[in-house]
Design a protein around this ligand. Sequence first.
Ligand SMILES: [Zn+2]
Length: 386
Amino acid sequence: MSSGHEGMLTLTVKMRVSPEPSSLQALLDLMRRYKEALNHAIKVVIENKALSLGKAHRLLYKVLKKRYYLPSKVAQDCYREAIAIAKSWLSNPNRGRMPRAKAPRIWLTNKQSYRVKNKYVELLGGYKLEIVGWDKRYDDYSNGYARLLFKDGKFILEVSKRVPKLGKYSPSGVLAVDINEKEIVIGNSKIEHRFETAIERALHYKQLAENLQKRHSSPKYNAWLRRRGIRRRMKSFHRKARNIIEDWVKKTSHEIVSLAKQHQYAVAREDLTGLVENLRKLPKEHKISLLILSYRRLEHWIDWQCEKQGVPIAVINPRSTSSTCPICGSKLIENGYRKLKCIKCGFEADRDTVAILNIEKKAHEKMGGSLTTPTAPQMTDVIPNR
Ligand SMILES: [Zn+2]
C-alpha cells in the first residue's frame, strides 16, 4: 500500500452564519444586487465568450460598479464567479438554459474579501457574521473561495477546502457495483450485498406535490398557479425528494467504498452515461427524473469517495454485462423473472448477479495482471445479503 499524498481534492463545507442585526439589511441588499449583477455578468461572459479575466474586466467592471453599485473588490469577484459558472456550463454537453443565480448571494475570496476568525466570519466592508454551526472535521485544511447565500430565510456560508488525496493501494480483488431501479448490488465471486435504492421513498414526495397540484386545478381557474403558499409547498416536496436521493447516494457510496477499502479491493462500476442518455429520451416522468439524478450522483460520489479514501477504481463499458455468461461467454436466455440461464454450460443466476460477475471480469481484464483471476462458483446457492 502506497502512502502519502497524491494531489488534492476540493470539497465544500457549509456553515450557518448570522449577521449582526444592525447590518443585516445592508448585507442583504448587497447580496440582492450581487445576484442581479451576477446574472447580467453570466449573460455577457457567455454571449461574448469572455472567459479570460482581462476581457471580462473590460466588458463588465464599470457596469457592475455603476449599475449595480458593487464595491470594486466585489465587482471583481462577481465577474470571476461568472467566468467559473460559464466555463462549467459550456463544458456540459447536456446543458439546458443559461444558468441563473436565484438566491441572493455573494462570492468571496479568502483573506481578501473574507476571513474566518474564532467564531466569526468577517467580510470586506465591515460585516461581521457569527458562525452558528459547522462541520469541524475539515478545520485543519485551509480555506479557499467562499459563497454566502441567503436561502429559506437563512444565511449559509459555503467554504471550499483543499483536502489531500490518499495514495492508492494495489488491489487484491474487485468489488463490482451494479444498479437497477430497486437495488444496488455490490459484490464479486465471493461476496454479494444488496441495498435498496431511495427511488420509491423520493417518489412518494413527488406524488404528494402532484396531488397537491391536481387538487387545486380546474379547467377554469388554476389556483395552484396563483397561490404562493401552494406553490411553496409543492416546491418543498420536490426539494425533499431531491434531498432524499442526495443523502442516500452519499451514504451508500461511502459504505460501498469503505467496504472495498476494508478488503483492499478496487471498486468497479459501469459507465452509466449511455443509460442516462437513453433515459433522457423517455417521457419526463417523476420516476425517470429521479433515476437520472440517482445514477449521475452515484457515479459522482463513488468516484469522489474512491479519490478521498485512496481506493482504486475501474470504470467499465456496460455493454452486454447482463446478457453474457460470465463463465463461458455465451449469450444467456431468460429463465423466469429477472433470472438468466446459459444453455451451453448450465450457469444460472439472477440478472444482477450476472452483471456483478461480468463487471468483475471486465475489471480484471482492464486492470491487467495486477490481479489474480477469480474462479466463479455456481451462484444459485448465494443468499442475497441484505
Ligand atoms: Zn455459460
